[in-house]
Design a protein around this ligand. Structure first.
Ligand SMILES: Cc1cc2nc3c(=O)[nH]c(=O)nc-3n(C[C@H](O)[C@H](O)[C@H](O)COP(=O)(O)OP(=O)(O)OC[C@H]3O[C@@H](n4cnc5c(N)ncnc54)[C@H](O)[C@@H]3O)c2cc1C
Length: 547
């Protein structure tokens, strides 16, 4: 199969028609990383799978992460070694099945008097972190004295600096991991449709009938399946109430905020783990033209569908970072911000015997109905494997073994890495990391049509060929394309209207957008996306898909 055949345009109408007409072994609700992982696993085991998502793929929590595939140093402080070991093993799986999306990197952890642990404790922690990784260790940690820490990172504030740890972890393109997981689920036969929310569920002939609202057409229809997995992240209790109204809630979600500054304002060399005044660890991560900082972790209640980043949370990050780094940054430097809700499992539910760790929960909510929630992006695959095991047993389904730990996300043999054209090496590297072997499509177009290799704007280095390639990935809106296919403007950093026009032009042939539709998409992008700072006229407080 050629790369072009593998990525052919998305026929949403045909997929919706199949959802209406067929009966599936399993309905997976929720198109974040958990639902994507469950759908891929189940489809690869030979089950017939329908996957529906209320908004765009990954738009809930899974595109709003710190973009780390990590064991979680902070779990060591909580002595949760099992969780760290599982996450480090899954980090290795990600690096092997999705090498273009996951990248090993050195991380710096500076120590400051009064705000962080003593050096011996850091050294012991990093030693343990490497030991728990075992054969999956990415590099040996080092503990740097103050001079060496400065040499490594001249941006550190000298006041109170006592040295630093340097350790290895990985970075991951979060939303692309979701998109490519769903693409592989579709290759294995799953029918996946975004902008379709499950409004209600009822028992049907031993299985489940879901009332689905198609948010693009406004139509409602019934989707039938022998069993159901709810993978709706922070929305789990909302959906679960439809099925088991008397049960205690599973989650107490907390909000996490990140903010973005120009890289020139915070020109860090490595991702850097920092301690806030309250000793919480958060990260400052250099990312091309930007450095992003986060996350907060606030437990103030609120609506999980409200994805706006509150200004006090952004201030907290800016002030904490100003304490640790030499260059003063202020709230005025912030050009973007994003927020997401951690699907945190309630303390009382953590001992659920089915959970692979106390960090997630896999619950039999009703006959043939499994709820899976919590965990991390890093551990999604292990969680999905266990959820499908439970489902197969619960619903008495016949299925093959789980193969997701060894099957590459973009299967070998489907396309080769063709020679890259002699273009800008940064653009070549970007296309490879976004599309893996499918970057061949982009390179071929650059060769055939040199204009398609030009950056679309001073504020948008991506080219028409990349936009065209990404537009084939189940895109419905300009926001889907820019935010979650290209990961181009983190936290909604500003972009000129003219540039948006060129992006829409480049996407239009793939998406069949008329000039009128393009204008509509541009207007929706400018008013609907997370903009920073808040514009009173722009309706910035973004509500996710209304679920
Ligand atoms: C700020 C922050 C930073 C994080 N950083 C990291 C990190 O660096 N590394 C890491 O490993 N983990 C990280 N995590 C954790 C990780 O992001 C989550 O564990 C993971 O994304 C959860 O995925 P999910 O699929 O369960 O939920 P989601 O991604 O929220 O997906 C659930 C989906 O269900 C959909 N949905 C809801 N109701 C319905 C319905 N009725 N019908 C249809 N669809 C519905 C929603 O629209 C949503 O898209 C972070 C989390 C946060 C909040």
């Amino acid at each position: 199969m050629t790369a072009a055949a593998r990525t052919k345009s998305w026929n949403r109408l045909a997929a919706v028609e199949r959802l209406r007409a067929e009966t599936f072994d399993v309905l997976v609700v929720g198109g974040g990383i958990t639902g994507a992982g469950v759908a891929r696993d189940a489809a690869l085991r030979g089950l017939t799978v329908a996957l529906v998502e209320a908004g765009d793929w990954a738009a809930g929590t899974s595109s709003r992460t710190t973009k780390l595939a990590h064991g979680g140093l902070r779990y060591l402080e909580q002595l949760d070694f099992g969780l760290v070991r599982t996450a480090l093993a899954e980090r290795a799986v990600l690096l092997s099945i999705a090498p273009h999306l996951t990248r090993a990197a050195p991380f710096l952890l500076p120590l400051y008097t009064g705000r962080s642990m003593p050096a011996w404790e850091l050294e012991a922690g990093l030693w343990l972190y490497d030991a728990l990784a075992g054969a999956h260790r990415l590099g040996r940690h080092r503990v740097l004295d103050t001079g060496a820490a400065f040499e490594r990172e001249p941006e550190l504030s000298p006041a109170g600096l006592r040295g630093a740890g340097l350790y290895w972890d990985a970075r991951v393109l979060d939303a692309r991991l979701v998109i490519e997981t769903i693409a592989d689920a579709r290759r294995a036969g799953a029918v996946a449709v975004s902008y379709c929310s499950v409004e209600d569920l009822e028992r049907w002939r031993g299985g489940w009938a879901a009332e689905v609202h198609d948010r693009r057409s406004g139509d409602a229809f019934t989707l039938r399946a022998g069993s159901c997995v709810a993978a709706v992240g922070p929305w789990s209790d909302r959906l679960r109430r439809r099925v088991a109204p008397a049960r205690e809630p599973l989650l107490s979600p907390t909000r996490g905020v990140h903010c973005v500054v120009h890289h020139s304002r915070l020109p860090l060399r490595d991702p850097t783990a920092l301690f806030a005044r309250d000793r919480r660890i958060y990260f400052a991560v250099p990312d091309g033209a930007w450095t992003y900082i986060g996350t907060t972790d606030t437990d103030m209640g609120g609506d999980v569908s409200d994805l706006s980043a509150p200004e006090p949370d952004v201030r907290y990050l800016v002030e904490a970072t100003g304490d640790a780094l030499a260059r003063p940054i202020g709230i005025g430097d912030v050009v973007g911000a994003w927020a997401g809700w951690r699907p945190l499992v309630r303390a009382s539910r953590r001992k659920d015997p089915g959970a692979i760790s106390r960090d997630d929960v896999i619950e039999r909510t009703a006959p043939g109905f499994i709820t899976v929630a919590g965990g991390k992006l890093t551990t999604y695959r292990a969680m999905a494997e266990e959820a499908v095991d439970r489902l197969v047993e619960e619903a008495g389904l016949e299925s093959g073994p789980c193969i997701t730990a060894r099957r590459p996300l973009v299967p070998a043999g489907l396309g080769g890495e063709g020679p890259a054209p002699a273009s800008d090496p940064e653009a070549v590297a970007r296309a490879r990391s976004l599309f893996g072997p499918d970057a061949d499509d982009v390179f071929a177009r650059w060769r055939d049509d040199p204009a398609s290799a030009e950056p679309l704007g001073a504020d948008f280095p991506y080219t028409a060929a990349e936009v065209g390639r990404a537009a084939r990935e189940m895109v419905e809106t300009l926001d889907d394309l820019v935010d979650r296919r290209l990961l181009a403007l983190p936290g909604g950093v500003p972009i000129a209207r003219d540039t948006l026009g060129r992006i829409a032009d480049a996407a239009a042939p793939e998406l069949g957008w008329s000039p009128g539709r393009q204008s509509m998409e541009i207007a929706a992008f400018r008013t609907g996306a997370d903009r920073w700072p808040a514009r009173a006229d722009a309706g910035r407080s973004r509500t996710h898909a209304g679920v």
